[in-house]
Design a protein around this ligand. Structure first.
Ligand code: ACO
Length: 319
């Protein structure tokens, strides 16, 4: 258990809102198929922004929301699988944009795909000694999508969410649970530029996201309860006031809700507007819930996610 608390949140959307209907120009699909199979109605797609632009915008909003002095930020962690560059990290670009180059700041990126924000939050909560940690999930998945593949291009969106945390003495806590399992790499896969070419299987080396949707679905519906039960350590799930899950598919969330007897009304859902924004999905949802005053003092909430790797994680927050 870490004695830390959230002091502010912010989120940023990519510039262009794309409704399901518009995707019919790119692939053989329909609004009806996408809505019934996923719950997604629209998503925001970057036209000009890099991941760092969205991360900076979300960070600035979190700083404004927390009303803190930026110079007190001592750590910046960005969770992303779509960084602008191999190096430098998005976190260093954010540091520069916030004018923190001359300050004692540790800034780095991590990649745990859609679970990345929860992994980053755990790193920050356990390493933070003084000042504030800025924890961001930011993605431009649209840049690694094959826009002729209807299995993937309809699912994802671009955005960023940012959270500021500090050490707490007022009883605020965070508990964590995180797991990885590397044996199903091709269920959700995107080759990197430095990968040794596989001359016998060139298709596998394409720098686009490929996915076995059914396999990911099967994984998700057992990983989410595992992470929730893992972090709650025997505490009944019905004691949670709010659940903020990774926003991948409404059917996954409905399945988890039914299996765990946790009402959908207590699950924060925004995937209809945003689609799946990977590592940005949980912090965008958290920031939206924060903005809408759905998170109040003395509440217990659970954040939960799953993603490529496979990875899965949860965080229980007592505010
Ligand atoms: N529009 C129309 N038809 C489509 C589309 C589309 N966009 N995509 C697939 N289809 C077709 C398929 O080709 C298939 O046709 P066929 O029967 O003629 O072969 C049919 O629809 C059914 O396809 P399924 O894959 O069986 O559809 P399913 O009900 O499993 O839904 C989905 C697919 C939505 C991808 C589902 O499997 C799912 O949500 N899986 C989890 C995905 C996920 O969560 N991914 C991200 C998690 S991790 C991360 O966030 C990075």
């Amino acid at each position: 258990m870490e004695n830390v608390k959230i002091v502010g949140c912010g989120y940023a959307r990519a510039s262009s809102k794309i409704e399901n209907e518009a995707l019919k120009k790119a692939v053989d699909t329909s609004d009806e198929w996408i809505q019934t199979r996923t719950g997604i109605a629209s998503r925001y797609i970057s036209e000009t922004e890099n991941t760092s632009d969205l991360a900076i915008c979300a960070a600035q909003k979190a700083i404004q929301n927390a009303q803190i002095n930026t110079s007190q930020i001592s750590m910046i962690i960005v969770a992303t699988c779509t960084p602008d560059n191999v190096t430098p990290s998005v976190a260093c670009i954010v540091q520069e944009a916030l004018g923190l180059n001359d300050k004692p700041v540790m800034a780095f990126d991590i990649n745990a795909a859609c679970s990345g924000f929860l992994f980053a939050l755990q790193c920050a909560a356990s390493m933070l000694q003084k000042g504030y940690a800025l924890v961001i999930g930011a993605e431009t998945l649209s840049k690694i999508l094959d826009w002729s593949d209807r299995n993937t291009c309809v699912l994802f969106g671009d955005g960023a969410g940012a959270v500021l945390i500090q050490r707490a003495q007022d009883g605020s806590t965070m508990d964590f649970y995180a797991r990885s399992k590397g044996d199903k790499e091709h269920a959700l896969y995107c080759a990197g530029r430095s990968l040794q070419p596989d001359l016998e299987n060139v298709a596998q080396d394409k720098p686009y996201l490929s996915m076995n949707g059914r396999e990911v679905f099967r994984f998700a519906i057992q990983a989410m309860p595992d992470a929730i039960y893992g972090v709650l350590q025997g505490q009944p799930v019905e004691e949670m006031d709010l659940m903020i899950p990774h926003q991948a598919n409404i059917r996954i969330l409905e399945y988890v809700s039914k299996k765990m007897k946790f009402p959908m009304e207590k699950m924060f859902v925004n995937l209809d507007q945003f689609g799946n924004t990977s590592a940005a999905s949980v912090p965008i949802a958290l920031a939206q819930a924060w903005e809408e005053h759905k998170i109040k003092e003395n509440m217990d909430l659970v954040l939960v996610g799953f993603g490529a790797g496979f990875t899965w994680a949860a965080c229980k927050i007592h505010i």
